[in-house]
Design a binder for this molecule. Sequence first.
Ligand SMILES: [Zn+2]
Length: 64
Amino acid sequence: MTKTSSCPRCGSKKMKIHNPQAPIWECSKCGYSGSVVVEDGNLEKQIKSLKKMDKLSKKLIRGR
Ligand SMILES: [Zn+2]
């Protein structure tokens, strides 16, 4: 079985991984980078939940 990873922001499948030891994906289309990608399947559902996580993690990073 092959899995395709898609960008959670724009849905592009042109995702690159920079460091295999700390998998950070980078989208060559919109420039998104992060450890979360969307795998084929319920794309829309996953994008929605990933967006929520993205917001949450940004809040956590910014903190104050
Ligand atoms: Zn993208």
